[in-house]
Design a protein around this ligand. Structure first.
Ligand SMILES: *Cc1c(COP(=O)(O)O)cnc(C)c1O
Length: 425
């Protein structure tokens, strides 16, 4: 069986239209990196754009803001243009800034009205912790008690969310909902179009955390009418640890002005007037606060070049789905009756870019996998996440990773590793 799957993988790799991009990335021989949903690999292109910025800084000093190629002053706006097709929105609604969590704070500061009689913020029990921290601390800042004003949609199975449960929670006291496009644990992809429509039909503003979807799943946030979204760039966008993230604010909200203002959100032609009167830039750019973090923006310029050359998000999604389908097929074939359960929804429209494999010994298995040079990650309580990235992983990576996993469990090698520590690397 394994032989047949290796043959199938080789044939899929031969006909893979994205195969040539693997060479753009720094992967290590013999190592199978399946953690691109936590930190994408470094590409030569990202390395080059960082080096380019350092060279310009050395050569130009302050003049880099105007004389850099491209001028530093416009870099965030230029990148917003490139991100447009990934988010499915025109660039005037995108601001390249901050981090996931900081951007959620900014969007809440911009959109949430604590004086409205609808004052509940809706989230979900499975979302990334940081989103809940941002929401609850924001409510406190606005003088509201999160115990009564933050509501979480519960999960029925501890892994996934049910759309009907989310819709049922959008009661007339809810002002705003924040949901993940793709759940970071199970990899479930929520129905953004439907949930956005249902939210609006109920008078609820809705925003999406796209950290686990940008670069893996196509988005059409403007057409869907989503009110806002936010994301990081270090996962499937491969822009490096702490790279500058982004936010989307639908045009209908642009007249509000930024909740948290700073000089970099002022109209560019008025920024250096140093007026204490805040004159907001057009569009989502008004939500930029201070000087863009150029050193963390530079790698994004390079990594996005690769995505553009690859033909954008559509071919990435096609390959990503093929990789995850093949990975699940390999798991089904090679690891039956070993205590593994695939907890990612099987339907293509309901899954993002990774496969979540639950096992009671998940922590030990992750350590053991690393010792045989397969890089997954562990998420509590029992999930092994495997993310084959369409730009640099192959179908052979998928079957070889499963073969190494099978060998580990056959020999009980994972039991040599200390059990059950809740440490995430
Ligand atoms: C990765 C991730 C974050 C991380 O937030 P940062 O502010 O970038 O550290 C937040 N939310 C979700 C859903 C994520 O996947």
């Amino acid at each position: 069986m394994a032989d047949l799957l290796f043959e199938k993988a080789a044939s899929l790799d031969r006909t893979d239209p994205l195969a040539r991009f693997r060479a753009e990335f720094h992967s290590k021989p013999g190592e199978i990196y399946l953690d691109g949903n936590s930190l994408g690999l470094l590409s030569r292109r990202a390395e080059a754009t960082v080096q380019h910025l350092l060279t310009e800084w050395r050569a130009l000093g302050i003049n880099g803001w105007t004389d850099g190629q491209p001028p530093w002053i416009g870099l965030a706006d230029e990148i917003a243009q490139v991100l447009g097709p990934l988010i499915g929105a025109q660039a005037d609604q995108i601001c390249v800034t901050g981090s996931t969590t900081a951007n959620l704070h900014q969007l809440l500061a911009t959109l949430f009205d604590p004086t409205d009689k609808r004052r509940i913020i809706l989230g979900d029990a499975l979302n990334f912790s940081s989103d809940a921290h941002a929401i609850t601390s924001h409510l406190r800042l606005r003088g509201l008690d999160p115990d009564t004003h933050y509501r979480e949609v519960k999960s029925r199975d501890g892994r996934t969310l049910n759309d009907d449960d989310i819709i049922a929670a959008m009661t007339p006291d809810v002002q705003l909902a924040v949901l993940p496009a793709v759940l970071f644990t199970s990899g479930q992809l929520l129905e953004i179009g439907r949930l956005t429509r249902e939210a609006h039909a109920r008078g609820v503003l809705i925003g999406w955390d796209c950290s686990h979807s940008i670069g893996a799943v196509p988005h059409a946030l403007e057409a869907a009418g989503a009110d806002f979204a936010f994301w990081c760039s270090y996962k499937y966008l491969n822009a490096g640890p702490g790279a500058v993230g982004g936010l989307f604010l639908h045009r209908r909200h642009h007249s509000r002005g930024p909740g948290m203002a700073g000089w970099w959100g002022v109209k560019p032609e008025r920024r250096f007037s140093m007026s204490h009167q805040h004159e907001p830039a057009n569009g989502a750019a008004a939500l930029q606060i201070g000087t863009p973090h150029l050193l963390s923006l530079a790698p994004l310029r390079g990594s996005l070049e690769i995505i553009t050359e690859a033909g954008g998000i559509a071919p990435l999604r096609t390959k990503s789905l093929a990789l995850t389908s093949f990975l699940m097929e390999a798991i089904d074939e090679l690891l039956p009756n070993q205590g593994f359960t695939i907890v990612t929804p099987r339907e293509e429209v309901r899954r993002g870019g990774h496969v979540a494999l639950a096992h009671p010994g998940a922590w030990q298995i992750c350590q053991a996998l690393k010792s045989v040079r397969v890089i997954p990650d562990f998420r509590p309580p029992d999930v092994i996440r495997l993310a084959p990235a369409p730009l640099y992983n192959t179908f052979t990576d998928c079957i070889e990773a499963v073969r190494r996993l099978r060998k580990l469990v056959d020999t009980d090698a994972h039991r040599a590793f200390p059990p059950g520590r809740e440490i995430v690397t």
